[in-house]
Every structure is written in structure tokens, then in C-alpha cells.
Design a protein around this ligand. Structure first.
Ligand SMILES: Cc1cc2nc3c(=O)[nH]c(=O)nc-3n(C[C@H](O)[C@H](O)[C@H](O)COP(=O)(O)OP(=O)(O)OC[C@H]3O[C@@H](n4cnc5c(N)ncnc54)[C@H](O)[C@@H]3O)c2cc1C
Length: 317
């Protein structure tokens, strides 16, 4: 089923998660071990992130460095198929512009369609480490909106090869990303929202937000989206803090703020165990308030750590 159908059919707030593919070399069982404890909360869909290549320099021992492209977390499409097969749960693979030509994107979408996977989260991806800004692949897409157009064309039976006759239309349900605290490259929230509206007008069917720790930012964001005529569901993304280092890492990587009350409570923690307790409790309180507000779904970024998400879900569902 499509994410939007799950949301429309829901009698109460849904629970969903986003997972990362395991690091290269790990088995799929490590992922199942992560998911098993969360299955009692019946997630109707699971998002699986996509991780593009990175460049590393390997010392070849003769004084020369060799530039190598590596993908640390491959397997998004295979993982989606494996989850569907094992748990009979819908999956939402993330598809990105970075590192993909239009042909490669088309081939990936054909694979997903053949696997009966019809939800996709359409995003741009970030710059590769060491590159100052995002550079699209040669013959690839610059913005998520451009990638979205390709998905929509395939939904209309239009593939890249003009000679194809009577090509099968796909039936993808595309979601896109939204940023309650603004995307870091956007000059201001209004401009960012204008581009978000463009994506929704192209037929993005739902929005999943970047993590946020202050619900007021989500409420304001939803209010501004509605004022602009964005009517699709806006799924809040939540991340339980699990370590003390995250006080600084999360704002740096995700360009979000931690409210003073939260950062002060974390700074008083002696170790990560105490920080995790604070993080879980904060996420529980955030979730309760969001549920009262009437959000369609609480979407948790598990980031390889199932236990904190399990505790939050146990307190809520
Ligand atoms: C829920 C969620 C899931 C994510 N999953 C992944 C993942 O699996 N893998 C991964 O690599 N990254 C992931 N990301 C990170 C994401 O790739 C980055 O935040 C990226 O920098 C922006 O992606 P986007 O789709 O929002 O980009 P876009 O919508 O393309 O926007 C990027 C920037 O360009 C601006 N912009 C948009 N359209 C235009 C236009 N037509 N002209 C000029 N400016 C424009 C926007 O305002 C914004 O500042 C995720 C983010 C979120 C919120």
C-alpha cells in the first residue's frame, strides 16, 4: 500500500521508522535484529536511506595515493525487498540525485517497480565529503524537484528512451523532505517553502520533516505550509538523543537547534546512559504533544539504535 493510503486509513496516529542500511560487510541479519524488537508496534511502512559513494585516498606503499570510490552502506533496494519479504511491511526507499545519471535513476526505478515497491522519498542528497557544495552527476539531476519530475514522467509511462512504444506506467507515491528550521542552503524559510510548494505542486504526495526538538517549530512550519496551500500530510521526523556528543553533532550535521531546556538537561548528564534517558523522555513528551496536535504519523530516525525507539514506542502505543 502507498504511504498516503496508510495515513488515510489510519484510525489513530501511526508509528513508523527510518533505518540505515548496515555497513558493508555486515549481514542482513544485523538489520533484522534491529527491526525485530520494533515489530510489536506495527509500523505500516519503513523508510530505508540511500548513501552515496565517498572518496578515500589509499596509500599504495610506493609513496603514491590512489583515489578510490567506496560505498559504505550499499543495498537500499535489496534491503527494501528483504523487509517486504520477511515482515510483509511496505518500504520507502530513498532515492537521491547525487551520484546518479538519469539513466541510472530510471534503472533503479524499474527495479523498484518490478519488486512491487511503490513508495519513494525523493531527495537531492548532500555534497560528497570534501566537496564544498552539491555537484550533480553528469547527466543527472540538480534538485529533488527535477528527480521528482522523472518519477512523475514514469508514472505517465514516459521513459527516457523515445523509441519505447506502449511503456508500462509506474505507480510511485513520491514523498519529499521538508525543513521546519529551513534547509541550510536556503537564504530564508520563505524561499525554501516556495521550492517545497513547487515539489508538492509537481505531485509530491507527502512531506517528511527533518528532525526537530522544539515542537513549536513544527507547528509554525505546518501553519506556513497550509497558508501557502500545501495540503499534503506533513509527517514529523523525530530523533531520540542517545549520546552526549550529539549535543554538538546534531546541530552541526543537520542544521537544527536544541532547545535550551534540552541542552541544559543533557549537559547535567554524567554519561551516555543518563543522556539517553533524557533523550528518550524528551522524545516521549514531544510525541505526546504532536499526537494531541493530530499528526498523522510519528516517524522515528532510529539511526542503527532500536532500543531507544522501542522505549519511546512502548510509552506511546
Ligand atoms: C526526511 C529526510 C530524509 C533524508 N534522507 C536522505 C538519504 O536517504 N540520503 C541522503 O543522502 N540524504 C538524505 N537526506 C538529506 C538531504 O539529501 C539533504 O538535506 C539535502 O541537502 C537536500 O535535499 P532536498 O531533497 O531537501 O533538496 P532540494 O529540494 O533539492 O533542496 C535543496 C536546496 O535547494 C533549494 N532549491 C530547491 N529547489 C530549487 C530550485 N529549483 N532552484 C533553486 N533552489 C532550489 C532548497 O531551498 C534547498 O535549499 C534526508 C533529509 C530528510 C529531511
Amino acid at each position: 500500500m502507498k504511504v498516503t493510503e496508510h495515513l488515510a486509513n489510519a484510525k489513530e496516529t501511526l508509528f513508523s521508522i527510518e533505518i540505515l542500511p548496515p555497513l558493508k560487510g555486515e549481514s542482513i541479519q544485523s538489520l533484522f535484529n534491529h527491526l525485530d524488537p520494533l515489530m510489536e508496534f506495527n509500523p505500516p511502512f519503513i523508510d530505508v536511506t540511500y548513501h552515496r559513494e565517498e572518496y578515500v585516498f589509499k596509500n599504495r606503499g610506493n609513496g603514491l595515493l590512489e583515489k578510490k570510490s567506496i560505498k559504505k552502506r550499499p543495498g537500499t533496494v535489496g534491503i527494501c525487498a528483504a523487509i517486504k519479504n520477511k515482515y510483509n511491511i511496505d518500504t520507502v526507499p530513498h532515492i537521491i540525485c547525487g551520484g546518479f545519471s538519469k539513466e541510472e535513476t530510471e534503472n533503479a526505478l524499474i527495479d523498484l517497480n518490478f519488486l512491487d515497491i511503490h513508495n519513494v522519498l525523493v531527495i537531492r542528497g548532500d555534497a560528497i565529503k570534501n566537496e564544498p557544495s552539491f555537484v550533480p552527476e553528469k547527466g543527472g539531476h540538480h534538485y529533488a524537484g527535477d528527480l521528482l519530475k522523472q518519477v512523475i514522467q514514469m508514472n505517465q509511462g514516459v521513459y527516457l528512451d523515445d523509441d519505447l512504444q506502449n511503456a508500462t506506467s509506474t505507480d510511485f507515491c513520491p514523498g519529499v523532505a521538508g525543513y521546519p528550521e529551513k534547509h541550510f542552503e536556503a537564504p530564508n524559510l520563505k524561499t525554501d517553502l516556495r521550492y517545497l510548494k513547487e515539489k508538492v505542486d509537481l505531485v509530491a504526495e507527502c512531506i517528511v520533516t527533518q528532525m526537530f526538538f522544539d515542537n513549536q517549530k513544527y507547528f509554525d512550519f505546518v501553519g506556513k505550509c497550509r497558508e501557502m496551500g500545501i495540503t499534503v500530510p506533513i509527517i514529523p521526523g523525530l530523533k531520540p538523543i542517545t549520546t552526549l556528543r550529539q549535543i554538538n553533532i546534531l546541530p552541526r550535521i543537520f542544521h537544527i537547534d536544541l532547545p535550551e531546556d534540552l541542552s541544559e538537561a543533557l549537559q547535567k548528564c554524567k554519561d551516555n546512559t543518563a543522556a539517553k534517558e533524557v533523550g528518550v523522555e524528551w522524545a516521549v513528551q514531544q510525541s505526546k504533544e504532536l499526537r494531541e496536535f493530530g499528526v498523522p504519523c510519528l516517524h522515528f530516525y532510529s539511526m542503527g539504535k532500536a532500543e531507544p525507539v522501542r522505549k519511546i514506542a512502548a510509552a506511546l502505543f
